[in-house]
Design a protein around this ligand. Sequence first.
Ligand SMILES: Cc1cc2nc3c(=O)[nH]c(=O)nc-3n(C[C@H](O)[C@H](O)[C@H](O)COP(=O)(O)O)c2cc1C
Length: 408
Amino acid sequence: MLRGKHIILGVTGGIAAYKTPWLVRDLIREGADVQVVMTRSATQFVTPLTLSTVSKREVLMDLFPPSTEEPTGRWTEHIDLALWAELLLVAPASANTVAKIAHGLADNFLTTLILAARCPLVVSPAMDVDMYRNEVTQANLVALKEAGCHIIEPESGELASGLKGPGRLPELARLIEFLEKILTGSTRDLAGKKILVTAGPTFEPIDPVRFVGNRSSGRMGFALANAASQRGAEVTLVSGPVSLATPRQTTRIDVRTAAEMMAAVDRLFPEQDALIMSAAVADYAPATIAEQKIKRDRSGSSGLSISLKSNPDILKALGSKKTNQVLVGFALETENGLENARKKLSEKNLDAIVLNDPGVEGAGFETATNVVTIIGRSGSPRTLPKMSKFDVANEILNEIAPILKSVR
Ligand SMILES: Cc1cc2nc3c(=O)[nH]c(=O)nc-3n(C[C@H](O)[C@H](O)[C@H](O)COP(=O)(O)O)c2cc1C
């Protein structure tokens, strides 16, 4: 199933590196063309000679050739290879390399190549149980997921140290199965579909330094963009002001105000197959924006009143314009949730609405998890347990995937 596929295997300094000659052999048996890239530490566990022999290609490791070496003409090999690759697998991925990727470091051939690669990146962390459970490692793995990398969870069992727990490199067959799924498209059910996702808050200026905003972190929308892109969709993400990394293989457009978001979405909407409006667009904006910073009232306690005007309702506007696009809205409700969400669904001509209540533990803004109810066209609600925003994103996509298949 991997016939002719260009795969880069990045091997780092973990004990499980000793299994990689078998991994290379199995990938080649499946028909893949494999280029191995090692870190210096990896050579302590398996030799470049072994991996060169089984892959029938010279293993690459050094960004800078030794000064004594004849010029090879291969100065930008890390970029050339990044473009050649159809999939990049790091296995085993050491805690150190996971941290470097999560922070965008490019201090050796492998990490530089990873930063330049456009293809899917699959990371298979393998390490001691405490290194794996360490909060920093876990945060790095979450950051990688949020940036659109595929993480193969390690298996649990007896580790090289004698300790037991998660940290083992999975069986090679499982690793290969995972790659096949990505490359052969069985998880790419949204391939060929264009999906527009909005995320984050909008900031409505009061004066040059102040704004009216909300606490949306943008994580739900970024998770949606990430999940849709991993499932093969061509994703455009229109984001309000957030501090999140752009998921791999998505186009991001930054906006600040509801009016800017409206303009961007309106322009892009006609060519989309679906629009998922997860942004928390401000309902109101200051009626006038002071040209200069509003000064503190020196005379006493009269306070300051700001008059607000209604912002455009982006979803409603597009709901009335839609031809055959799939439209998904979000409803953040603190009371009469189901009733209000169903009303929005029909009033705004939506195909599905995602309801959440910020009062529920683990739901709403600023959390890594969410607790939602998805209501489809039929109106029957599907309440999901607390799960990561990435998993919620996939559930939302599962809801619209069958409708999308019948569109266009
Ligand atoms: C015997 C031994 C085994 C190790 N096994 C692992 C491992 O399984 N996973 C890991 O993350 N680090 C492991 N390390 C530590 C890494 O080799 C070390 O963090 C190194 O800096 C990783 O470099 P790299 O990410 O550039 O390959 C091991 C170290 C030693 C001495």
